[in-house]
Write a protein that binds this ligand. Structure first.
Ligand code: 5GP
Ligand code: ZN
Length: 112
């Protein structure tokens, strides 16, 4: 989709640090990390947010890549958080569905 930052990352026209890939999903470092581990998992296909993902197997692929990243970064045992921000109250700022993988420090609950 034109003017979508994350589509640009998928296409390679916008630089990013890609950490894992799958057939339909990719994972890359968040440019402004909120924790020692902060990776974004996105579908290669443009979908505005998680509500637009109708294919449950695509959601599963995102979850499985997120879990793989957590294991590779060594946070799967210490604990980590998976987050979908959806809509204005959540602070969603990029409208290409993405799953945050956050870890490597204590994460306060409830989130701010
Ligand atoms: P949201 O607030 O929409 O849930 O999360 C969007 C995330 O995308 C933010 O954590 C932000 O730091 C990250 N982000 C925004 N622009 C870029 C970019 O150009 N490259 C990368 N790697 N991350 C980005
Ligand atoms: Zn997009």
């Amino acid at each position: 989709m034109a003017d979508c930052i994350f589509c640009g990352i998928v296409e390679g026209s916008i630089p990013s640090t890609i950490v894992a890939t799958g057939e339909r999903v990719i994972a890359f470092e968040d440019v402004n990390p909120k924790a020692p581990v902060h990776v974004l998992v996105i579908p290669r296909e443009h979908l505005d947010d998680v509500h637009a993902i109708e294919d449950g197997t695509l959601l599963r692929d995102m979850y499985e890549l997120a879990r793989q990243v957590a294991e590779e970064r060594g946070v799967a045992r210490s604990g980590y958080r998976l987050v979908f921000n959806i809509g204005p109250d959540s602070g969603q700022s990029v409208f290409h569905a993405h799953l945050h993988v956050l870890g490597g420090r204590h994460l306060a609950w409830p989130p701010g």
